[in-house]
Design a protein around this ligand. Structure first.
Ligand SMILES: [Cu+2]
Length: 242
């Protein structure tokens, strides 16, 4: 009697703990006859002029002026650097850490790329292509934040981001205009819009999905998309200033 009560209690406790940690294992494997989700994210309204920032330090390397990378709207209204991801997928192609590390470079006192997407567990090669001191300062919640100086002789740092996290902000305390975002994923169905606002993700199992669009200054937009076997679902999404 006492043993079975304990067993029931422990089972309930285990279920409670699993809920409490938000554990939702993603199940990766072969996808047969998957579909594609592609589309464009466009700015709703007249495209704002790119914001310019006067350089106050290290001008021989950084230049006189920088264009803010925060909101880049192309000629046809397409918005670059929008993170697109499915939010309710639990099964599909495997999530694999890239065979070669993604590169995050500091060149001309700018980060390239401005938004970097990668699977959780990825090691990032952080380069300093400038002959001056930068520091890499991240603000994380799920992962460990770090703030590391990268002098001109330290051409490469490596950091592994172990856990999924949407939106790790990266800044340089020496150059206030430098900023970037790292997005660490818990499944492989994500994409980043290009300079024309276009994105595409493939091998999506047929089904109905919630799809999220996130931009650092425009916020979040949620939508729904239905994928058929071997088909292509096309979305056009508008995002506006909040
Ligand atoms: Cu810097």
């Amino acid at each position: 009697m006492r043993t079975s009560t304990l067993t029931v209690t422990l089972t309930a406790l285990a279920a409670f703990l699993a809920l409490g940690t938000g554990a939702h294992a993603y199940d990766g494997g072969p996808v047969a006859d998957g579909g594609t989700i592609s589309g464009t994210v466009v700015f709703d309204g007249a495209a704002p002029a790119p914001e310019k920032i006067a350089v106050t330090k290290d001008k021989p390397v950084c230049g006189e002026e920088k264009v803010s990378p925060a909101l880049a709207v192309g000629a046809d209204g397409g918005i670059a650097n929008v993170v697109v991801r499915l939010t309710n997928i639990s099964k599909g192609k495997p999530l694999e850490v890239p065979a070669s590390n993604p590169v995050f470079d500091q060149k001309g006192c700018e980060y390239t790329p401005h938004v970097l997407l990668f699977p959780a567990g990825t090691t990032i090669d952080i380069l300093n292509s400038d002959g001056i001191l930068h520091n890499v300062h991240t603000t994380s919640e799920a992962n460990t934040s770090f703030n590391q100086a990268q002098p001109k002789f330290k051409k490469k740092l490596q950091k592994t981001i172990e856990k999924p996290e949407m939106g790790i902000k990266v800044v340089c305390d020496a150059h206030g205009w430098m900023s970037a975002w790292w997005i660490s994923q818990d499944h492989p169905y994500y994409a980043l819009t290009d300079a024309k606002g276009a994105f595409s993700m493939g091998d999506v199992p047929a089904g109905d999905y919630d799809i999220e669009f996130w931009h650092e200054t425009l916020g979040k937009h949620m939508d729904k998309v239905s994928v058929t076997a071997g088909g292509t679902a096309t979305l056009t999404v508008k995002m506006a200033k909040k």
